[in-house]
Design a protein around this ligand. Structure first.
Ligand code: UTP
Length: 234
């Protein structure tokens, strides 16, 4: 039986939206009824909870590393909710280091029932996109899917320019240039942070950026041939 591991970063925004129930249902159905041998590593973003806690922490004058820790704790809270929504298909333990992720994934592979590993953030100074990239690299995952608030990469900021074109493919170099360009403001067009992009490029990780909704996730996880989001090429 051929095994396939997909690392999937889920936007933190889903945990405070109605899409959460639909997304957990799609994931449960695909893992239960889909091709045998599919394993998922899910990374929960920090979303609204992280933003609120970081804002309150900033009001107290906390340093950046302590604010990051609040973000990491929020993403782990979201990870706990996600595990609850996966009805026993996910391992209960939320790993807190890369080593724990590798060990826990081995346990998942040898378990008859568990098919999913869920984690949140890992270390200060990065985002959960970087967590997805480093896990994909260390576990030799077949694909890294970054499910985010936008439906792919555009040649310029689609919120500012009505003639912005969505790209089916983008090279890692070109994506770096788009992210640096003036038309994309950091933190507002949350596609991929520089740490994540560096890891993806150095190991040529097969990566796709999609919208975090049930339809796009179904297409990508089932591999129905539909062109969804933007693929990063090398
Ligand atoms: P996220 O990257 O998940 O932010 O982490 P987000 O806004 O929810 O992103 P989307 O919407 O899912 O794409 C929230 C915060 O947690 C800290 C950072 O401060 C980040 O901004 N964090 C997260 C870390 O410091 N390290 C990590 O490994 C993950």
């Amino acid at each position: 039986m051929s095994e396939r591991t997909i690392v999937l970063k889920l936007s933190g925004s889903i945990f405070s939206s109605g899409e959460f129930g639909r997304i957990t249902k799609v994931i449960r159905n695909i893992v239960k009824t889909g091709k045998a041998g599919l394993y998922l590593v899910l990374i929960a973003g920090g979303g609204e909870t992280a933003r609120k806690y970081i804002e309150s922490g900033r009001g107290l004058g906390l340093d950046q590393a302590s604010l990051d820790e609040l973000g990491i704790a929020s993403s782990r809270l979201n990870a706990r909710l996600l595990i609850a929504g996966l009805n026993g298909l996910a391992s209960e333990k939320i790993p807190t280091s890369l080593q724990e992720i590798i060990e826990e994934l081995e346990l998942v592979h040898s378990s008859p029932k568990k098919k999913i590993l869920v984690c949140g953030g890992l270390y200060p100074g990065q985002s959960t996109n970087a967590v997805g990239a480093i896990i994909s690299e260390a576990t030799h995952a077949d694909e890294f899917v970054n499910a985010t608030d936008v439906d792919g990469v555009y040649d310029k900021d689609p919120r500012k320019y009505s003639d912005a074109q969505k790209l089916a493919k983008v090279s890692a170099g070109e994506l770096g240039r788009i992210l640096e360009s003036e038309s994309v403001e950091a933190g507002m067009y949350d596609l991929m942070d520089p740490v994540a992009l560096k890891i993806i490029a150095r190991s040529k990780i097969s990566t796709r950026i999609i919208k975090c909704d049930a339809g796009a996730l179904r297409s990508v996880l089932v591999g129905d041939g539909a062109i969804v989001g933007t693929k990063i090429v090398f």
